[in-house]
Design a protein around this ligand. Structure first.
Ligand code: GUE
Length: 294
């Protein structure tokens, strides 16, 4: 049987570390603040934003919440981002994606101050990640690496396969694995012989958005499997959440993350950690998450 990597428990540990650090900063009069911006009424986004806000407050961080109607003009959202950029109480800005179709997401992400870009989606932070030089790292990839760190000591030379080439998961997680000197293969919708490539993986990160895509006979015995997929599928009268990996077939894997309770909770915990990191950097205070800037 594969070892279960308990994301819920590991995320609770990260949140505790964040809370401890926030308490220490509070003695210096610093309360790291996270602004979350939600445009429109997408039900899934509402749920995610609600739990982000709850966990932000629970960790002792300041939470600023901004809701705009689905009809909001792009210029209105850009104005809000500029206000948050200028607000000294705000260390992190998260604009919940996806945005309504009439809004150009890239324009909005480009407008966020890179020092407050706790999602790590701004081109400056994307560039820093690919050159390996200390920007803010996207939350889901950061969470994936923390989960891998619980079962892997030495990444050097391991074969890593990533399924999915998105800007929010596939590409950044590939960069992080490469930084650790894995041999990384990024696969996607047009990849041929996907099962054969996956069979070479010591580490497999799946962010495809396709329920049950990865089958048991694709897995090299002992492989570590990180399932980033969050798919809501019909189940009886209701629905349930499943990942991109056929979890019940993963007996031969060395370790695997469940869905729910794997990567998802880590994403939010890393958002809080990034907020404290951004606060320490921007306010030039030393802390567990940030060395004193030169
Ligand atoms: N700017 C931006 N940044 C994001 O980080 C971002 C975003 N937009 N848009 C939407 C996605 C999705 N996302 C999740 C966060 C936590 C869980 C999570 O905690 N899931 C739980 C529960 C799942 C459930 O039951 O609904 C779990 O997997 O155990 C899931 C998904 C962050 N996102």
């Amino acid at each position: 049987m594969a070892v279960l990597i308990d994301g819920a428990k590991i995320a609770a540990g990260v949140r505790q570390r964040v809370a401890d650090e926030a308490a220490r900063l509070a003695t210096q009069g610093i309360v790291p603040g996270l602004a979350v911006v939600l445009v429109g009424e997408d039900p899934a986004s509402q749920i995610y934003v609600r739990s982000k806000i709850r966990q932000t407050k629970a960790a002792g961080l300041a939470s600023f919440e901004h809701r705009l109607p689905a009809t909001a003009a792009q210029e209105e959202l850009l104005d809000l981002v500029r206000v948050l950029n200028a607000d000294d109480r705000v260390d992190g800005i998260l604009v919940q994606l996806p945005l309504p179709r009439h809004i150009d997401s890239d324009r909005v992400l480009d407008a966020i101050d890179p020092a407050k870009d706790v999602d790590g989606f701004h081109p400056v932070n994307v560039g820093r990640l690919s050159s390996g030089t200390g920007g803010l790292i996207p939350c889901t990839p950061l969470g994936c690496m923390m989960l891998l760190d619980t079962v892997i000591d030495d990444y050097r030379g391991l074969k890593a396969v990533v399924i999915g080439k998105s800007n929010i998961v596939g590409k950044p997680v590939a960069m992080l694995l490469l930084e650790r000197e894995c041999t990384v293969t990024v696969t996607h919708i047009a990849t041929r012989n996907l099962p054969d490539i996956v069979r070479t993986a010591d580490i497999l990160v799946v962010a495809a958005g396709a329920p049950g895509l990865v089958r048991g006979d694709w897995i090299r015995p002992g492989a570590i499997v990180i399932d980033v997929g969050i798919n809501r599928i019909p189940d009886g009268d209701g629905s349930r959440i499943v990942g991109d990996v056929a979890f019940d077939e993963m007996d031969l894997a060395g370790a695997i993350t469940p869905v729910p309770g794997g990567v998802g909770p880590m994403t939010i915990a890393c958002l809080l950690e990034n907020t404290v990191r951004a606060a320490e950097r921007r306010r030039a205070v030393a802390g567990d998450f940030q060395p004193v800037p030169a």
